[in-house]
Every structure is written in C-alpha cells, then in structure tokens.
Write a protein that binds this ligand. Sequence first.
Ligand SMILES: *Cc1c(COP(=O)(O)O)cnc(C)c1O
Length: 430
Amino acid sequence: MSREDSYRDRSVLIHGKFRSEKWDFQDHIIPPITTAVTFRLRSAERGAEGFQQFANPDIDRSTATPIYIYDRLDEPCQGLLEETLAFSEKGECAVSFATGMAAIAAAIGIHVQQGDQIIYHPAIYGCTHGHITNWLSRYGITHESINFNDIEGLEKIITPSTRVLYFETPSNPTMELVDIEAVTSLVKRLNQDRKEDRKIVTVIDNTFASPYAQRPIEMGVDFVVHSLTKHIGGFGATMGGVVIGPSSSETSLLLYRKDFGGSLSPDAAWHILTYGVPTLAVRMESQEKSAQRVAEFLDLHNKVSRVAYPGLDSFPQKELARKQMRDIDGDFAPGAMIYFEMKGNPQQSYDRAVQMINHLAQNSLSITLAVSLGQIRTLVEHPASMTHSVVPPEDQLKAGISPGGIRLSLGIEDVRDILRDLESALAAAK
Ligand SMILES: *Cc1c(COP(=O)(O)O)cnc(C)c1O
C-alpha cells in the first residue's frame, strides 16, 4: 500500500502522490511549468535508454523515473496530473490529451480496426457522434446505436465484430441515466466466450458527473474518458482530456498520442493540476447544493413543464441515480447539471426558451449564456438551437431533446442571486 492510500480522496486530490517520480524539484510545493519542448539527454546512452523506455509495456510507469525526451511524448506536469487523475477514478493508469475529443478518439482508436463495430447509446456528445459516424466510418469501422437501458435489445445487436460499447451517463443534455452495472455485467458474460483481442470493451464519458460524483471503473467499466475542460479543469480557462483505464492499455494510449499528436500542453496540465483537481471537491459540493435548490425551484414553477435533475423526487430514474451517483465520501451525489423544459406546444416552448435565455443574456450577472459546463460560473444554453442544432429535429426528439429544453450548469455564485435572475427571466417568457 502506498502512503497516499491511507488518506481520504479529498486530501489526495490536493496533494497528489506523496512521492512522485515525475519530477525532481523536491522543494517546490507547486511543480514548476517547464517550457522546454525538448530535454537534454546528457549522453547517447541515456538518449537511447529514454527511447527504449518510452511506452514500453515492461516498464511500470507508476514507479519508474522517466527520461523525458520531447513534450509530445511525455512531460512532467502531464505525468503528475495523470497520476492524480488515475487515482480520482480508481483506475490503473491515465493518459492525458489536448482536449476531451482527443481523449475520446484515443479511447476508441486503440481498440478498433477495419471491420470492427462500435455500438453507442443515442444520447452522446455531438462531436463524439460525429467522430464515430463521419470519420471512423470512412475507415470501415461500422456503428450501430441503441438505448443502453434496453439491455435485451443491446445484447441482440451485438455481433462478433462488436468491439466497443460507448456511452455517457448522465447524458447530455437530458440527464437520462444508463444503468452502468447492467451494461458491464452483460459485457462480462459475453466476454467469457471471446478471445483476449476480441473482447468487448466498455468506454464511458464521465464528464457530466466528474469523478467526484461517479466512478464507473469501480462498477466494472473498462475505460473512463473526461473532458478536463469541464468539471475537472473547473475554471473554464484551459482545455484538456484524459483516458483512464487498465495499465495493459497504457502503451497503446501513449503511442496513439505520440503518433496522432493530441498531447496536452504543459501549461494546461499545470493549470488543471494546480487549480482544477485540488478544488474539484469543494466546487462540486457547492455547485451541487445550488443545483438541488434551483431544481426544486424550477420544479414548482408554473412556466416549466419538466425538470430533469437526479436529486429530485420526480426524477424518473431516482433509484438508479442513488445507486450509481455517489460522491467520494459515499453519499448520494446528483451533480451540478440541470435540464428543464418550458411549457407549451413545440413552437411556444421554443419561443419561451429563447425569450428566457435572451433575458438572462441581457440582464443576468449570475448566469451566463455560453456553451460548455462544469465551471465556477453558472452557464445556460438552449440545446435545440445551440449545442445540439446539428442533430436533425426528429433525432433530437428521439434523444429526448425538446424544442423548449434548457441546460443549466451551476456555478459557485450565491444561489439566491441565481434564483432571483431565473425568476425574472421566467417572468419575461411570455
Ligand atoms: C465538452 C465535452 C466533450 C468534449 O471535450 P473537449 O474538451 O471540448 O474536446 C466530450 N464529452 C462531453 C460530455 C463534453 O461535455
């Protein structure tokens, strides 16, 4: 057992590993950002050793002292961040990327080749959908989509060529949940008859919940991906992504990153490591408290037809939410994201959503009209005309996105200000 294993998650997220091999500036409390793209190798032998060590499956990256060569391959702030992120999700290893999308591309990319099939839950991040359907399909990687809560249906469409099951929970923007353990137990059963290199791999995008509120690897998922741009980065100042999974995948992930080039910049890694990860728990706690208050307020409002927030009694999957959304202390953690719909027929509800959002955009200090989520600032957006506008209207409805739906990401402002600004914006929706 390593030293940090006897401490609570909250403390380790602040300090990282008690002793890390990733840097040797032992007297710095905060690691320096190195702006050197390339590293002095001192001798031909050491240079050769560095190349021989990189992405070498026989070397345990968690204990070996790295020989840094070039920033696209590996770099100290990235390494420190990766150690802490692996810990946060209880995964064996983590490899960081320049953005969430670069991480998602890698998590899928290391597993598939021509002829393989990906099956995904319909409500996934738009660019992930684009990556699978627009780009991977060009290389002969096929795809199929089905609601992952239909476990029997899912089992029926799995074929010998199925290689990756990809999903998000809660999904964006509707907050619909997928039963993680139902999916992983199906996969476990089907994998009993499959050869090692044909096993079905589960990949989950845990960006919405963050590791504070949900740790899917503990529920049997193989790979977790995150957009570090969101809750983990937390301040909306840097982009980043990470793949967390078994150490047997570390070599492939590092080689994929090296050859596709989506490496996280040292500066971004440093910001996420210094500001984002250490404050994840306090930010999430505060945001979640506000989300609960705001969801209860919206739930009772006469201009709102429906509120989807896992912490509400009216949430259709509240049992499942209580089972799988747990914070780092084991308590129920419904998260900081809310989806709600304005009343009226499709046209009316659309118009009301736009009126409300325009009122917020022009008058509200506490709520900002902007895409993205998981920041200290409360953000609002209208999925039907913004983040999900590329999804055809009939597919929007299939994914549960209504014309009058609004997505809210709670920040750390005083919740009384958020409630007051929402109240006047709702009054402005005719
Ligand atoms: C933002 C986001 C992504 C993509 O992350 P980037 O850092 O913008 O590339 C992927 N999945 C979810 C759920 C997201 O919210």
